[in-house]
Design a protein around this ligand. Structure first.
Ligand SMILES: *[C@@H]1O[C@H](CO)[C@@H](O)[C@H](O)[C@H]1NC(C)=O
Ligand SMILES: *[C@@H]1O[C@H](CO)[C@@H](O)[C@H](O)[C@H]1NC(C)=O
Length: 357
C-alpha cells in the first residue's frame, strides 16, 4: 500500500496523464473517487487493527480517564448507517427512537449526490459522509455500504455494532430493546466483545434461492472463479447488523471485491449487494453470523424485485405486532418498505405501540 504523503501527488500525476491520453468520460472521472475510496478503506483498516478498552455500564469494567482527569465510563455504541437515494422520509420517527440515548449511538448517512435532499436536521444534522452515485443492479451499493462502515469505524472506536438501514426502513422496537438484545446487557471490553462468540453479526445467509445459479453467472459463466465457486456463493438481505470485527473484515477485503465489482453482462438477475456480504461472511466466519436478518420485509406476491410497499391505510398496532414476529427466538427490529405517507399514522402509534416493549 502506498503511504499517505505520496498518495495524493501520485494520484494527481496519474490522473492528469490519463486525462491527456483518454477522452473524458464517466469512468475516468471516477478515478479520483476510486482513489479516495482506497485511501478511506486503508485508513479504516489501520484503525481496526488496534483494540480499545471500553468501560462497562454495570460496574466492574475498565474505566477510562479523560485528559481533564474526569473518570468517564463510556458505553459501547451502535452505528446507524443510512443508505439513501432520496429524502429520509422517516426522520421524525427515528428522531423519537434515538431520543434520550445520545451516548449510545452514532449516525452516518450516505446519500446519492445526484439527488437534492431536504436536510433532515435534528440528530441527522451534519451526519452526511462524502458519497458517490448509487445505482440498482451495480456494485455501487456495495461500495456505498463499505464507505459507511469505513467512516463509522474510523470515527468512533466505541462503535461496536453497525446497522445498515435504508430511508424506507422503520424501527419496530424501542432503542433500549435493540441495545439490550445486541449487547446482552453487558459489555466489559472491546477485547472481550471481539473474542466472545455470543456477539454475532445479524446477516441473512441463504443458499437455496431458486435463481441462485443465474445470479452466480450474471458476470459470465466462469467469472467468479477461482475465488468463489458456485457451492460457496450465497444470497441474503441487503440490510444487516455487523460486529466491529466483521466491519473490519469488510473494509479490508479485496479478493472477493475484485470479482463482485465486475459489471453484470445483461438482463440476468444482478443484485451484487445481496451476494457480496453474505458470501464473504459465510466464507470467513460462518459461526460468527446469525444467518438471519433483523429487518422484516414482505416479499409475498412480489415478482419485480421490489417488496410490498406499506401504505398509510395499512399502518396499525396489529401490523407492528405482526411485523415483529419471526419464526425464530428473536424479534425483528426494523421493517421495510413503507411509503412516505405512512409517517403520519406511524407517529400516532410511536409512543404507545412501536417504542413500547
Ligand atoms: C404482505 O403483502 C401482501 C400484499 O403483497 C399483503 O396482502 C399481506 O398482508 C402482507 N403481509 C404482512 C404480514 O403485512
Ligand atoms: C415463517 O415460516 C413460514 C413457513 O416456512 C413462512 O411462510 C413465513 O413467511 C415465515 N414467517 C416469517 C416472518 O419469516
Amino acid at each position: 500500500m502506498v503511504s499517505s504523503p505520496f498518495l495524493l501527488p501520485l494520484a494527481l500525476l496519474l490522473s492528469f496523464t490519463l486525462l491527456f491520453v483518454f477522452p473524458l468520460n464517466q469512468s475516468h472521472f471516477s478515478f479520483f473517487g476510486d482513489l479516495q475510496d482506497i485511501a478511506l478503506f486503508h485508513r479504516a483498516t489501520i484503525r481496526t487493527s488496534h483494540l480499545v478498552v471500553v468501560g462497562s455500564g454495570s460496574g466492574g469494567g475498565v474505566s477510562s480517564v479523560s485528559r481533564l482527569g474526569i473518570t468517564s465510563n463510556p458505553k459501547p455504541k451502535i452505528a446507524f448507517l443510512f443508505l439513501t437515494n432520496s429524502d429520509l422520509f422517516f426522520a421524525p420517527l427515528w428522531e423519537r427512537f434515538f431520543r434520550g440515548h445520545g451516548l449510545r449511538y452514532n449516525i452516518y448517512i450516505h446519500a446519492d449526490p445526484s439527488v437534492e435532499l431536504n436536510q433532515p436536521g435534528g440528530v441527522f444534522d451534519g451526519r452526511f459522509i462524502p458519497a458517490r452515485r448509487t445505482e440498482r443492479a451495480s456494485p455501487t451499493l456495495i461500495t456505498a455500504a463499505r464507505r459507511l462502515l469505513a467512516h463509522a469505524v474510523i470515527d468512533d472506536p466505541l462503535n461496536l455494532y453497525f446497522a445498515l438501514v435504508s430511508q424506507r426502513c422503520i424501527p419496530i422496537h424501542s432503542f433500549d430493546f435493540m441495545y439490550n438484545f445486541l449487547f446482552k446487557n453487558s459489555v466489559t471490553s472491546l477485547r472481550s466483545f471481539s473474542s466472545k462468540s455470543t456477539y454475532k453479526s445479524y446477516i441473512e445467509i441463504l443458499s437455496d434461492e431458486p435463481n441462485l445459479y443465474e445470479r452466480y453467472i450474471a458476470r459470465g459463466a466462469t467469472a467468479m472463479l477461482p475465488e468463489v465457486p458456485f457451492e460457496r456463493f450465497r444470497v441474503g438481505s441487503q440490510f444487516f447488523i455487523l460486529t466491529r470485527n466483521h466491519a473490519a473484515l469488510v473494509v479490508k477485503e479485496r479478493k472477493l471485491w475484485r470479482k463482485f465489482k465486475l459489471p453484470c453482462l445483461g438482463e440476468e438477475p444482478c443484485y451484487p449487494e445481496e451476494h457480496y456480504f453474505p458470501t464473504l461472511l459465510s466464507m470467513e466466519d460462518p459461526q460468527g453470523c446469525s444467518h438471519y436478518t433483523l429487518t422484516r420485509v414482505n416479499w409475498t406476491g412480489c415478482w419485480d424485485g421490489h417488496p410490498h410497499l406499506y401504505s398509510p391505510e395499512e399502518v396499525s398496532p396489529a401490523l407492528i405486532q405482526t411485523l415483529r414476529q419471526s419464526n425464530s427466538s428473536y424479534s425483528f427490529f426494523f421493517a421495510r418498505k413503507f411509503s412516505p405517507e405512512a409517517l403520519t399514522p406511524l407517529m400516532e402509534i410511536a409512543d404507545d405501540v412501536i417504542f413500547r416493549d
